[in-house]
Structure formats: structure tokens, C-alpha cells
Design a protein around this ligand. Structure first.
Ligand SMILES: Cc1cc2nc3c(=O)[nH]c(=O)nc-3n(C[C@H](O)[C@H](O)[C@H](O)COP(=O)(O)O)c2cc1C
Length: 189
């Protein structure tokens, strides 16, 4: 199938690739905090340890991230669904009462997430209508709870204890233990 710019076939294909959901945060030169919800997150390199995320050129937080020397990535859990929506809403009071604390560099940092990565900007690459932000991971935090899965514009929780069962034979997880948390219609893939 031929794919045109912004074609629905491309969007549907990308929406059908499961990922997690993250909140990426930084601070600008005036100390103002910025952040956005991102499902574009993956590892790039082991040595040095690099990850990437992609930010739309049209995002309000774009200038802050384009200039940032550092940023943080937080991999979200089931209970962060509302926060993920908030950070995907342009103009929302994203940090109000959300529990972020300044890290050692004054950047917004959220404890008690599944994974947190403190990153220094390694490079920025033109990615069409997005900017690919590549960060060198300088600190890793691992939480107790499983992350949720973003798939076909819905958040799904993973069955409790599934990580402990990994690699062992046994009954397949009950489909009923994979509840849909929230359905999104924010124009994101
Ligand atoms: C689950 C989910 C994943 C998203 N992933 C990305 C992403 O990887 N990159 C991106 O630029 N926007 C992504 N968005 C949309 C942004 O979070 C949203 O447009 C945000 O408001 C942009 O920041 P701004 O408020 O500063 O404009 C995603 C939204 C959702 C709901």
C-alpha cells in the first residue's frame, strides 16, 4: 500500500506497535519547567548508553527542549494515566500538584515511576516534523511497579506478577486481567 504524508494507514500501523508511555521533562534558562507525554522512546546505544525521544516541532515545549542541556524521562504506570493525559494537553497546568521535585540540576523529577532516566543531551537530529532528541543516560532509577502499555490509543495494564513468571511455562494470563484503562483521542498515533 502506497503511503502518503500523514496517511491513516501509517498512523494505524504505528498505533498498532505497542510501547510504553513516558513523561519527558526539562527546565528552560529561566528555570521554568516543561514536559510532554511521549511514546517515542527507545534505546539507541549501549556504549555510550543512549536513548531517544521525538518531539513535534509544533509543541509549545519545543524551544525549551531544543535548547536543553539535560532532560529526564519517566516511564509511567497504571495510576499515572491521568498525568499522561495532562502532559499531552497543550496549555494544561502540567506540574500543579503532580508531585515533581527538582533534581540535583533543578529539573522536574518524578519519583515512584517504573523507570526514571536522567539524561544529558547527546545530539539532536532533524526528524521531519519532529526533533529526535538523543540523550546520554547518566542515572537510572527502577521502581517496583510494572509500566503500562500504550497500544491502539489505549493504555493497558500488564498482569500483576507477570514479570516474575517470564520464561516459565504455565497458564496464559487471563485476558480479563488486562483491563483497558483509558481511551485517547488526542490526535496522537
Ligand atoms: C500516549 C501519548 C504519546 C505521545 N507521544 C508523543 C511523542 O512521542 N512525541 C510528541 O511530540 N508528542 C507525543 N504526544 C503528544 C504530546 O504529548 C502533546 O502534543 C503535548 O501536548 C506536546 O507538548 P506541548 O503541550 O508543550 O505542546 C503523545 C501523546 C500521547 C497521549
Amino acid at each position: 500500500m502506497r503511503v502518503e504524508a500523514s496517511s491513516s494507514a501509517f498512523r494505524e500501523a504505528m498505533a498498532s506497535f505497542p510501547s510504553g508511555a513516558t513523561i519527558v521533562t526539562t527546565s528552560d534558562s529561566d528555570g521554568r519547567w516543561w514536559g510532554f507525554t511521549a511514546s517515542s522512546f527507545c534505546s539507541v546505544s549501549m556504549d555510550p548508553p543512549l536513548v531517544l525521544t521525538c518531539l513535534a516541532n509544533t509543541a509549545q515545549c519545543f524551544p525549551a527542549f531544543a535548547e536543553a542541556a539535560r532532560w529526564n524521562i519517566h516511564v509511567l504506570q497504571h495510576r499515572h494515566a491521568d498525568l499522561a493525559m495532562r502532559f499531552a494537553t497543550r496549555g494544561a497546568a502540567k506540574f500543579n500538584g503532580a508531585g515533581f521535585q527538582p533534581d540535583a540540576d533543578g529539573l522536574p523529577f518524578l519519583k515512584d515511576v517504573s523507570i526514571s532516566l536522567r539524561c544529558a543531551t547527546y545530539s539532536k537530529v532533524d526528524g521531519g516534523d519532529h526533533l529526535v532528541l538523543i540523550g546520554r543516560v547518566e542515572e537510572v532509577g527502577m521502581g517496583e511497579e510494572m509500566p503500562f502499555v500504550y497500544f491502539r490509543r489505549r493504555f493497558h495494564s500488564l498482569p500483576a506478577g507477570d514479570d516474575k513468571a517470564a520464561g516459565k511455562s504455565g497458564p496464559a494470563p487471563d485476558r480479563a486481567s488486562l483491563p483497558v484503562v483509558i481511551e485517547l483521542d488526542l490526535g496522537w498515533m
